[in-house]
Design a protein around this ligand. Structure first.
Ligand SMILES: Nc1ncnc2c1ncn2[C@@H]1O[C@H](COP(=O)(O)OP(=O)(O)OP(=O)(O)O)[C@@H](O)[C@H]1O
Ligand SMILES: [Mg+2]
Length: 326
């Protein structure tokens, strides 16, 4: 989009140090300590501590019912909490005023914008509530709805309506944008375009807090992710490091003379070097695969109910390498 610089996805090298940031500094967009929320005596958020730096792209991951929407809507001032400290842009969202609201953008998990308005009408209408809105036409183009600008919302497809929700979230030019499963219903092309949009906003300095069930989306966009299970954070860190991912074992496979071979190893470089020597050059069918974020996530979730689950997970200890044969 013109005037919106893009940056390569996930490019904040110092994001790993965020846990050291104090809430007293101007660098902190979101501070949460000891957050609890129960519905009818059943805990939905069970003691969350979190700090999100200004300019950071932060993703909340977790299975259905983990407490993501509850957490994010407490941060937005849309739900009350039972206990805990919460500060968003320096303000407690439970006592926020209109000036604070104009500084944040919200895309709820399910939204229902007025069906009889056109895309242009609704975006223009809501832009008028903000002191420094973006140009409605640019926002409509940025979410890929230029061709539908004069269509009524009820005529749009599910994915197109979701894009309207995203447009409404960004039209106020927010400092902090909350997105609860923003790309549900998007086709692959629309998701990639959305990633570019988010990267552009982050490049301008917008803080972004999103939830998603798409692990590739979290990996592409987020500087850090938190994995929630049963209302608790079971892992927190940059996607590349989550749950000991960087040190996790690697699967190496290749085509040996007697058929395909697969070896799980802690020392893939040594193995590949050995293979290269054995084959005296190119190794047929060579593949070196580290666990994906999804592999790590599923392991974290599987042990998510355990109180010790915040320890990094390592998928090691089973090096099955037992001699390299071509
Ligand atoms: N308004 C409500 N009244 C009662 N229980 C609720 C309410 N909202 C959420 N819950 C419960 O709180 C828990 C957390 O729900 P929440 O919507 O925060 O999960 P989530 O992580 O956003 O899940 P999803 O991925 O399905 O959106 C669930 O057990 C849910 O049933
Ligand atoms: Mg939810």
């Amino acid at each position: 989009m013109p005037g919106w610089p893009t940056r390569p996805w996930r490019q904040v090298p110092d994001a790993g140090t965020m846990t050291q940031v104090q809430d007293t500094t101007a660098d902190v967009a979101v501070h949460v300590r000891g957050l609890h929320k129960a519905y009818a005596g059943r805990s939905a958020v069970d003691g969350i501590d979190l700090q999100i730096r200004r300019g950071e792209v932060f993703a909340l991951l977790g299975p259905n019912g983990a407490g993501k929407t509850t957490t994010i809507e407490i941060l937005e001032g849309h739900r009350s909490r039972d206990s805990g400290e919460v500060s968003v842009l320096g303000v407690d969202p439970a006592h926020a005023d209109r000036a604070w609201r104009s500084r944040i953008g919200i895309v709820l998990q399910s939204d229902s914008a007025a069906a009889e308005l056109t895309v242009r009408e609704i975006i223009t209408h809501f832009s008028a509530y903000y002191p420094g809105p973006r140009d409605p036409g640019e926002v409509i183009a940025a979410v890929g709805l230029a061709d539908q600008a004069d269509s009524r919302l009820r005529r749009l497809s599910g994915g197109q309506r979701r894009r309207v929700d995203v447009a409404l979230g960004i039209v106020g030019n927010p400092e902090l944008l909350f997105l609860d499963e923003p790309t549900t219903g998007f086709d692959p092309h629309a998701r990639r375009a959305f990633w570019d949009l988010i990267a552009g906003l982050a490049g301008e300095g917008t803080t972004i807090v999103l939830t998603t069930h798409y692990l590739d989306e979290a990996e592409a966009l987020a500087d850090r992710v938190a994995v929630l299970a049963a209302g608790r954070i079971v892992a927190l860190g940059p996607p590349a490091d989550l749950g000991g991912r960087q040190d996790a074992t690697t699967t190496v496979s290749w085509q040996a003379a007697d058929g395909p071979r697969t070896v799980v190893t802690d020392a893939p470089t040594r193995l590949v070097t050995e293979l290269a020597g054995t084959f005296a050059g190119e190794v047929p069918g060579l593949a070196v695969i580290r666990p994906s974020l999804e592999d790590i996530y599923l392991k974290l979730i599987a042990r998510g109910d355990s109180p010790a689950a915040s320890e990094p997970v390592r998928s090691g200890g089973h090096d099955t390498q037992n001699g390299v044969r071509p």
